[in-house]
Design a protein around this ligand. Structure first.
Ligand code: FE2
Length: 371
């Protein structure tokens, strides 16, 4: 692993993740899943009742995390084509900026591929400016400028009221990082894209010796925005004896895309207990992982016997430690999943858990016949 710490030229300050939009085949049911299983609350809606004739979107929220679930209302839409190719998946990573026109112009000037020119949308709550560029695969970044807006989400959406059903949150706070899988040989291309177009800095890199098992390997570089609020690790497959999880993703997603979204909690034991009680499925490492845990990471605040039954993993770096766990994939295709992470000083990504995790993933692949 190597670390690069020289400061990014932050010509594009990003305040945070504004929202993540998934294109899914049944937005209404997906929204219900994120509410009932992940503890999100209803926030906003657009569809036939609001004059949206082609697309229906449900927006759910938990603390700083907003998910938009979008489905087509007819055949032949861009959203429908996206779903036909990729299955359910992340289309938009929206980034909250102070000036969406400036962000777009800077990105285009530096070589970004155009997705959406700056547009101003208005309603009785003010106005929002949005613009967009392409990232890897068909994923796009939309810049959102909302300083002149005090509505619930975006113009065009109405409040989605579900007074009789809003499950308790599970303690998810914000998006910690979002990982992309790109094709063999493409990782450095996208590293350069984030450096040159977005002003990001590479803060870590892992080669196939760091991330490998007996059978499979991958490589990864972590890109960070200038202020550190946005972190995008980028994976590419590495040659191994068998097909890696990244290869499996690329095959089933039929292209590059978002592999996992890591969401932060400040009480992972409570959060994961809640998620499991609501039916969320997690990857399991062998029990022997816990027998050598203290030896590997030293003393931690949590009782290891509380982590063991939940399958929560621990890793340590120079600055502290972190606790993390990964869900199984959350749609029909074995593509995207979530990570739940609690940081106690550590700023890294759990390198010490990679091997145990990838062996757990290989067991899942084995069951699917895709290893
Ligand atoms: Fe992660």
């Amino acid at each position: 692993m190597s670390q690069t710490v020289e400061g990014a030229k932050d010509f594009m300050p990003i305040n945070g993740t504004d929202y993540l939009e998934f294109y899914v085949s049944n937005a209404k049911q997906a929204a219900h899943y994120y509410k009932s299983a992940f503890g999100f609350k209803s926030l906003a809606y657009k569809g036939l009742e609001t004059g949206s004739k082609e697309l229906e979107s449900y927006v759910v929220v938990q603390d700083k995390i907003r998910l938009v679930l979008t489905s087509p209302l007819k055949s032949g839409t861009e959203v429908g084509k996206h779903i036909d190719t990729h299955g359910d998946g992340v289309k938009v990573t929206a980034l909250w900026v102070d000036d969406a026109t400036y962000a777009y112009n800077e990105a285009i000037k530096r070589g970004a591929t155009h997705y959406m020119k700056p547009i101003t949308e208005k309603d009785e709550h003010g106005e929002v400016v949005r613009s967009g560029i392409y990232s890897y695969g068909e994923v796009v970044h939309i810049f959102v400028e909302r300083k002149n807006y005090n509505g619930v989400f975006l113009p065009g959406f109405v409040v989605w009221e579900t007074a009789n059903y809003n499950p308790e949150p599970v303690g998810l706070k914000y998006v910690d990082h979002m990982v992309g899988n790109v094709a063999l040989g493409q990782m450095n291309h996208w590293v350069k894209f984030y450096e040159e177009v977005m002003g990001f800095t590479q803060i870590m890199s892992f080669d196939d010796k760091d991330i490998s098992t007996e059978f499979t390997a991958l490589m990864s570089k972590v890109m960070s925005s200038g202020n550190g609020r946005i972190k995008f690790p980028i994976n590419e497959p590495a040659p191994g004896l068998k097909k890696s999880q990244v290869d499996e993703y690329l095959e089933f997603y039929e292209g590059e895309g978002v592999q996992h979204i890591a969401v932060a909690t400040d009480n992972i034991v409570k959060t994961v207990t809640e998620l499991r009680d609501r039916g969320v499925e997690f990857l399991r490492v062998p029990d022997s992982y816990y027998d050598v845990l203290t030896e590997r990471v030293g003393k931690i605040d949590e009782d290891i016997e509380a982590l063991r039954p939940l399958g929560i993993l621990v890793d340590r770096d120079d600055e502290g430690y972190l606790l993390q766990i990964f869900t199984k994939t959350v749609q029909a295709r074995p593509t995207m999943f979530f990570e739940i992470i609690q940081r106690k000083g550590a700023t890294s990504f759990g390198k010490g858990n990679f091997k145990a995790l990838f062996e757990a993933l290989e067991r899942e692949q084995e069951l699917r016949g895709t290893l």
